[in-house]
Design a protein around this ligand. Sequence first.
Ligand SMILES: Cc1cc2nc3c(=O)[nH]c(=O)nc-3n(C[C@H](O)[C@H](O)[C@H](O)COP(=O)(O)O)c2cc1C
Length: 200
Amino acid sequence: MTDRISEIIEKRRSIRKFKTDEVPEEFIRQMLEAARVAPSAKNRQPWRFMVIKGESKERILLEMEKGIKASGRSLFIPKKFRNGLVSAENTLRIMREAPVVILVFNTLSKNPYPPVFAGKRISEIHNTLSIGAAIENMLLCATGLGLGTLWIGNTVYAHKQITRYLGTKEQLASAVAVGYPDEEPEGRPRKTLDEICGGV
Ligand SMILES: Cc1cc2nc3c(=O)[nH]c(=O)nc-3n(C[C@H](O)[C@H](O)[C@H](O)COP(=O)(O)O)c2cc1C
């Protein structure tokens, strides 16, 4: 891989240690612009972004903390998912340390917990895939700008608390922590091409 985009794709890592340096607003704007031009199913562009930092971030993360604690007490969370709570607590700490967090909403979907019917499920999948494309564009843009990012799905543990606090019915699909990296992790293991490619 030689060209710049390939270099960026290879260089990107999940960053879980950030410097305290502020992230220029212009860089965040460029990340959002990269998300804006992502492909989406039927060009529905089912995304909305909320940039949070400082006190507003702290307040929203307090809601996330409440959500994680409530999940720990919930009888509805099977034992095998309890390990996920440790990971969620760790993610919460990283979000607190990151100078900026971008919340990513799916404007065409709601609470992710109730089941959905088949017809609706197809468009839900396509909307979620579209949001994934937008997030990946943001991560790659950030890497190109020398920033580190962490894609966060652990917001699911506090979906109710965070969306209620923000007064939105939209689905909180993910969050992205952003800052200058304070670590240089090795590439994480990947399956080989042989393992993931093959005919039928
Ligand atoms: C949809 C999605 C959700 C993720 N959620 C979390 C998370 O909540 N906390 C976390 O620390 N990492 C999270 N990650 C990061 C993955 O753990 C990471 O991408 C994977 O281990 C590969 O490492 P790499 O990104 O450095 O290549 C998430 C990644 C994706 C794509």
